[in-house]
Design a protein around this ligand. Structure first.
Ligand code: SF4
Length: 374
């Protein structure tokens, strides 16, 4: 079933590693109004299909006045057939969390909070340029539980310069002590055009060896398995019934509509992406001109996307559901990854082994079918 993604492109400050689209502008009304117009303009794109998930991402959705989130939820309910039990997730940063805000989000329809914790250590938070403190991270988790949110998740980052297994274990201990039902854990990567990339180029920061990051990923898998959280996608772990329904629909290749600057949409055939510039977006909406680009995917491209996203999940890829014949998958790469123990074929599904999860994207691209094969 389709999902709705609403991109709120504002942040208090730039984190050093981030390459998402956001602005630190304080004047937000014109942009938010333009997003409301986009939602109206595109409300027919999902037809009569019920919307089962809404996701407020960013940027920092929790920066907005909480009533503004409720207004977007209400607008979505007015324009689309939103399921009564839809999962409605809000990304929030610890420095924005108060009991009052949580109550407003909850009464406005938000069912799940995704907390941008990243670390419980003050020095790491400063290194990453985060706006919150370690204390705020812990306090906000307590407030989320107290406000009655049964579904919530935290983000943590590992693979930081100088991080030891001992430090990572301590971070996971603290996270588990909070009783989190879900964790998204990401390995720090250096994206071009970020402050971190500049620091690395200048020799001010030395990134860790791959082996250190791999050992931390192994420890993560081990600790989450012992704690009863399913490793249902490379970076995501959740107790049963707490897996992110919205993100799972992306990995399943479901339809979704993305609203706001830089938001992506997919209708099963065409992928489109909105302009990543707030001023251009607002102007285009006001003038009725185009604010997006799009690409119609071929069957081969759709198949390769299924391989890329499906292999990242615990369920893997159902070969019978691929649009092009599974025999066209690169057979020598398939044999190589099976024989080195990274890939398995289980009941007609291609699934990565634990060792293979370290190389998910590379294995998927090795298996890609090509247009020339048709
Ligand atoms: S708060 Fe999130 S979106 Fe904003 S700069 Fe930091 S990581 Fe990027």
């Amino acid at each position: 079933m389709p999902g709705l993604y609403i991109h709120i492109p504002f942040c208090k400050k730039a984190c050093t590693y981030c390459d998402f689209h956001f602005s630190t502008a304080k004047h937000r009304d014109a942009l938010l109004d333009a997003m409301g117009s986009e939602m109206i303009k595109r409300s027919r794109e999902l037809g009569d299909s019920p919307v089962s998930t809404i996701y407020f991402g960013g940027g920092t959705p929790s920066l907005l006045e909480p009533d503004r989130i409720s207004e977007f939820v209400q607008q979505a309910r007015d324009l689309f057939r939103v399921d009564r039990d839809a999962e409605i997730t809000l990304e929030a940063n610890p420095d924005d969390i108060t009991a009052e805000r949580l109550n407003t989000w909850k009464s406005g329809g938000v069912t799940r909070i995704s907390l941008g914790t990243q670390s419980f250590r003050e020095d790491r938070l400063r290194f990453m340029g985060r706006a919150h403190s370690a204390d705020q991270a812990l306090r906000s988790i307590a407030l989320i539980a107290k406000a009655g949110f049964t579904s919530w998740t935290i983000d943590l980052i590992y693979g930081l310069p100088g991080m030891t297994l001992g430090e990572w274990d301590e971070q996971l201990d603290i996270a588990l002590e909070q009783g989190m039902p879900h964790l998204s854990a990401y390995c720090l990567t250096v994206e071009t055009r970020t402050a971190l990339a500049h620091q690395v180029r200048k020799g001010l920061v030395a990134m860790p060896e791959d082996d250190d990051q791999s050992a931390q990923f192994d420890r993560l898998m081990e600790r989450m398995e012992a704690a009863g959280l399913d490793h249902y996608e490379i970076s995501n772990f959740g107790k049963p019934d707490h897996h992110s329904r919205h993100n799972t629909s992306y990995w399943d290749g479901a339809t979704y509509l993305g609203i706001g600057p830089s938001a992506h949409s997919f209708n099963g055939n065409v992928r489109r992406w909105n302009v990543s510039n707030n001023a251009v977006y607002v102007k285009a909406l006001a003038e009725g001109t185009s604010f997006c680009e799009s690409e119609e995917l071929t069957a081969v491209q759709r198949t390769n996307e299924r391989l890329m996203t499906g292999l990242r999940t615990a369920l893997g890829v159902d070969l019978l559901k691929l649009e092009v014949d599974a025999l066209r998958i690169n057979s020598s790469a398939f044999q190589r990854h099976v024989s080195n123990g990274h890939l398995c074929l289980e009941a007609g599904r291609l699934v990565l082994s634990k060792a293979g999860r370290h190389f998910a994207d590379r294995i998927a691209s090795d298996l890609f079918v090509t247009e020339d094969d048709r």
